[in-house]
Design a protein around this ligand. Structure first.
Ligand SMILES: Nc1ncnc2c1ncn2[C@@H]1O[C@H](COP(=O)(O)OP(=O)(O)OP(=O)(O)O)[C@@H](O)[C@H]1O
Ligand SMILES: [Mg+2]
Ligand SMILES: [Mg+2]
Length: 502
């Protein structure tokens, strides 16, 4: 449906984000948390498996990280917060309820200022809760399993007010939230691996009318899906209202094969969670001095880092867009920077500054090599930036070789491709030499061109009879013989002058 169709309509969005707390132990048990790589059912204890008689014991590390996140989100920390049981029956919830913070969450009334659009999104509340186990079905074998590894892992649920107004804004918010959680170490915020997922609430109304009825799209776990799900849902709701029907309050899912949302359940079918305070957990009290202490020790947040980078490097030719990609905040280049290939998950900013090395190298050149080449190479290998095995010193040496004209830009790209595919501790010069990318003494460009001209008499004759385009064939041979390391422009000029004097 076209954008035009949306004229006169307002989009209202509110997002509930679940982010796994970055702790080595679970929220209420001493069992270790798990990664996707761990074998099923190897990371849980009797409490996570809901054995009778086991009791919850709150993990202080999770509380600390929840507090850091809440403070970074400018929330008011509640001096007293409590835990409640939310009951429902599903195989991945062995005890039959989830411990969450329904009545008194740890923090309320904050905001996150989006670094790019400068929009302020109000945060309703931040609460701690348990993650569920995982059900894994094997339809072909008619089997399903429960994997308890995730059971009881700490989650932060971060709920916004309905302040977002477009899919792009929603995506910018999630990126900024992800960057903030990572900056304070509260969560790795990795959407691909499921450690961060969003429930997106969507409604539409005609300009001037009150808010419409919302639908909640559950568990959307990539930036592209967030944008796709909102676009589909907005169009669906506008079409319903325009044809005189009403939007029903529903919980929906997003089908990323069909690229559309579908109904999971209506409000009438909404479960009655029978919330009740958990009798096994007391009141969590946080003193003002603890809050001050934690606030004083917060690291620089994404907005501050962005301003610092712009102050320092914009005058050196690094664009705002470059900085946003570096920080993983760019929302326009959704595809290559979605999930895994984001620059955020690895301290790309640190990497960049290490290569620039206090102004020793041109910031513009380094950002070009990092953003246009290294990131592309990593994407091609489906690698995260954090797992790059090209250390900053190597990229630095490569940039030096190109800037000093020791190798051409094309050779630099080839060299980088090699370094990404075959990590090595050898010096970059050595690698360049072993790839024959560094010009050997005596084998200079004019000698190579001379050799090529002598080896291709038919082409030379054709040139002499007026077919000037044939120079490209000779150039092709020069590039082939030099394995692309020759400067194509210089080679062409040399070839032309040789041909003309032939
Ligand atoms: N008219 C609306 N259109 C879009 N979003 C809305 C609208 N009204 C509220 N929201 C958003 O919906 C979300 C409601 O989340 P909240 O956790 O309060 O309740 P819930 O979805 O009913 O409960 P649960 O936590 O069980 O999903 C908030 O992010 C809020 O901003
Ligand atoms: Mg909800
Ligand atoms: Mg909620």
């Amino acid at each position: 449906m076209s954008r035009l169709f949306r004229d006169g309509w307002h989009i209202v969005l509110g997002i509930e984000t679940h982010a796994q707390i970055n702790s080595t132990q679970k929220l209420f048990s001493s069992a270790p948390t798990s990664l996707l790589a761990h074998d099923s059912n190897t990371r849980f204890n009797a409490f996570d498996a809901a054995f009778p008689g086991t009791l919850p014991l709150l993990n202080p590390k999770c509380v600390l990280l929840a507090l850091r996140a809440s403070l970074a989100l400018n929330c008011r920390i509640q001096n007293r917060s409590t835990f409640d049981r939310k009951h429902y029956f599903y195989p991945d919830l062995p005890v039959g309820y989830q411990i969450t913070q329904h009545y008194a969450p740890i923090a309320k009334d904050g905001y996150l200022e989006l670094p790019v659009s400068k929009k302020r999104v109000r945060i309703q509340q931040v609460q701690m809760e348990q993650d569920t186990a995982k059900s894994i079905s094997e339809p072909r074998a008619h089997k399903s399993h429960i994997d308890l590894n995730r059971s009881g892992t700490g989650l932060l649920e971060i709920v916004t007010e309905p302040d977002l107004q477009s899919p792009e804004e929603a995506s910018e918010y999630v990126r900024a939230l992800q960057a903030t959680l990572r900056a304070v170490g509260a969560s790795d915020g990795n959407m691909e691996s499921g450690s961060m997922r969003c429930d997106v609430n969507v409604s539409v109304n005609r300009s001037g009318d009150p808010f419409g009825t919302r639908c909640e799209i559950k568990n959307v776990n990539s930036f592209r899906y967030i944008v796709g799900a909102i676009n589909f849902e907005v169009d669906r709701q506008i079409a319903l209202i325009s044809s005189g029907q009403a939007v029903e309050q529903e919980t929906r899912g997003f089908d990323h094969y069909k690229w559309e949302t579908f109904k999971l359940r209506s409000k009438e079918d909404a479960p009655d969670y029978r919330y009740m305070p958990d009798p096994n957990l007391g009141v969590l009290t946080i003193s003002q001095s603890e809050i001050t202490n934690i606030r004083d020790r917060l690291p620089p947040l994404p907005d501050a880092i962005r301003s610092r980078l712009l102050d320092r490097y914009e005058s050196q030719g690094v664009s705002v867009n470059d900085v946003d990609i570096l920080m993983g905040l760019d929302t326009t280049r959704l595809v290559p920077f979605d999930g895994e290939h984001s620059t955020q998950d690895m301290g790309a900013v640190d990497y960049f500054e290490q290569v620039v090395d206090n102004g020793r190298r041109s910031a513009k050149a380094v950002s070009n090599w990092m953003l246009n080449n290294l990131l592309g190479q990593l994407s091609a290998h489906s690698m995260e930036f954090s797992s790059t095995r090209v250390p900053p010193e190597q990229l630095g040496a490569l940039v030096d070789l190109v800037t000093s004209n020791t190798i051409t830009t094309a050779s630099g790209k080839l060299l980088l491709r090699h370094l990404v595919a075959h990590p090595s501790s050898a010096s970059v010069e050595q690698v360049a030499r072993s790839l024959k990318l560094v010009e050997d003494q005596g084998d200079d460009l004019s000698a190579i061109c001379q050799r090529v001209v002598e080896a291709m008499p038919k082409e030379v004759a054709s040139f002499k009879s007026g077919n000037e385009n044939v120079v490209n064939r000779l150039l092709g041979k020069v590039m082939k013989d030099t394995r692309g390391r020759a400067d194509a422009h210089a080679a062409k000029t040399t070839l032309l002058s040789l041909l003309k004097s032939y």
